[in-house]
Write a protein that binds this ligand. Sequence first.
Ligand SMILES: Nc1ncnc2c1ncn2[C@@H]1O[C@H](COP(=O)(O)OP(=O)(O)O)[C@@H](O)[C@H]1O
Ligand SMILES: [Mg+2]
Length: 249
Amino acid sequence: MATDVHRTVSTTSRAQAVHVEGLSRSFDGRAVIDGLRLDVRPGEFVALLGRSGCGKSTLLRILAGLDRDIEGTVLVPRRKAVAFQAPRLMPWKKVWRNVVLGLPGKPQRALAERALAEVGLGGRATAWPRTLSGGEAQRASLARALVREPDLLLLDEPFGALDALTRIKAQRLVGELWQRRGCAVLLVTHDVEEAVLLADRVLVMDDGVIAHEQPVDLERPRDLTDPRFARLRARLLQRLGVDPTAEEA
Ligand SMILES: Nc1ncnc2c1ncn2[C@@H]1O[C@H](COP(=O)(O)OP(=O)(O)O)[C@@H](O)[C@H]1O
Ligand SMILES: [Mg+2]
């Protein structure tokens, strides 16, 4: 039986931001994650694809330290932050208070305002969450992650609920934040195009493990009309069991 280890590591002292080995997680006797291995380099942007229900969110929650009922080894940085598909803002707290919610010590408004400015919400610090649009709420949720100065940013389908245009803007923002901050990112998405657009490496999860891995060696900013982009996209769709030609039809 594997030893259960969930430890935090300093990324500066390690070659990896994330090191996962022999990770298993079962629900009611059914293994959703089954001997998974994963390494993420400091500063690397990794996208994680996989059919619905294959265990992506389960893996992300484990990396975030929200689920410790595991077998195997999980090494992650102490400074990590997570943003989910739903922004999860407390409606009775102003935006800036949501951003610093849970931080130790006295809530610092200036800190929140800096993070909000970084996501383009500089003027909304004292707004109530219900007055934000979907895209703004999602950006506030990103600010809440950034204010933690993470070495590892975990994103679980953060653009899933946004309309197409807002989604493109949010994707661009995440790309910029990543380049500026230099943190490692693990982005769970069901959107192959988004994965190829943003990631250094795209992983496909299946049967409880990382079943496929695809480096994306395209210069940034990426060009969706580049034939190499289309080839990568088609290959990944195939790995996901989607016929790329049928999808275009
Ligand atoms: N707390 C839980 N209790 C029981 N089953 C769960 C729990 N969380 C996740 N599962 C199951 O684990 C599987 C993987 O779920 P999830 O990680 O959310 O998939 P994904 O994010 O890839 O869509 C699903 O079958 C889901 O029903
Ligand atoms: Mg999920």
